[in-house]
Design a protein around this ligand. Structure first.
Ligand SMILES: [Mg+2]
Length: 247
């Protein structure tokens, strides 16, 4: 008997995690950068060599770990423990009730909510738990560091795997938000619709920025990527998936 895959006709909103579900002002990316650099140095490289190779691997492979694995045979779990795993996230990140409400206001009869991250699942789960959002996320698509040659955003295969995991066949049913424009373009390239680039501005900076709407028009004209500065704007750009409230 043929195995029937179960698919679901609802939309799926895929949300990036790092620097999207929390502000980049927490400087978690910098914490990660310091640890990844130290990892390169621990392999016997000088500071200068470490910086050069880190950039090279990031550019060439999308993630430093993929280069480290290929050329230095590093143990991905050791890497994860010493980099993402050693950041004192519990002391840095705080739940944001407005963000939780935003996810709660997504009408789940119309749209399911998944996370899509280039981190490993331990980091993803930890962040979602600290942010008090885990129960709002149906599933997490993460980089499987245990696979020999794992995929990551913005490779097309990674988005296609995400669809398979979430049980969605039609790419036009997929919505996406990420703070990396490259990742958003990757989603757009596999046919996901209404892809959103979350381009957070610093509070002070926001006061003097006047070019955003112009930039947005340019992006919309070129590849239909929507730019937002605050996740609450998802209520406008994906208005059909939110529960309608009075007033
Ligand atoms: Mg991110």
């Amino acid at each position: 008997m043929a195995i029937e895959h179960t698919y679901d006709d609802r939309l799926v909103a895929f949300l990036d995690i790092d620097n999207t579900l929390y502000s980049k002002s927490f400087k978690i990316a910098q914490e990660m950068g310091v640890r990844i650099h130290a990892y390169f140095v621990s392999l016997g490289l000088s500071d200068e060599e470490a910086s050069k190779l880190h950039l090279q691997y990031y550019t060439q492979y999308g993630l430093a770990l993929r280069g480290l694995r290929r050329h230095y045979g590093v143990d991905p779990i050791d890497f994860n423990d010493k980099c993402d795993g050693s950041i004192p996230l519990e002391d840095i990140l705080k739940p944001d009730p407005r963000l939780r409400q935003l996810l709660q206001d997504i009408d789940r009869s119309k749209c399911r909510v998944w996370a899509l991250t280039n981190a490993y699942d331990t980091h993803a789960e930890r962040v979602l738990k600290i942010l008090n959002l885990r129960d709002q996320i149906e599933g997490v698509v993460f980089c499987d560091y245990l696979e020999e040659d794992f995929d990551c955003k913005p490779e097309p295969t990674f988005y296609l795997q995400a669809m398979q995991k979430a049980g969605v066949r039609d790419p036009t049913k997929c919505l996406f938000v990420d703070d990396s424009l490259g990742n958003v373009e990757g989603a757009k390239n596999v046919g996901w619709l209404r892809c959103v680039h979350f381009r957070e501005t610093e509070a002070v900076e926001a006061l003097c920025i006047k070019h955003t709407s112009e930039d947005q028009e340019k992006l919309l004209g070129e590849n239909e990527i929507i730019v937002i500065e605050d996740l609450q704007q998802l209520r406008d750009v994906w208005s059909d998936v939110f529960v309608q409230t009075e007033n």
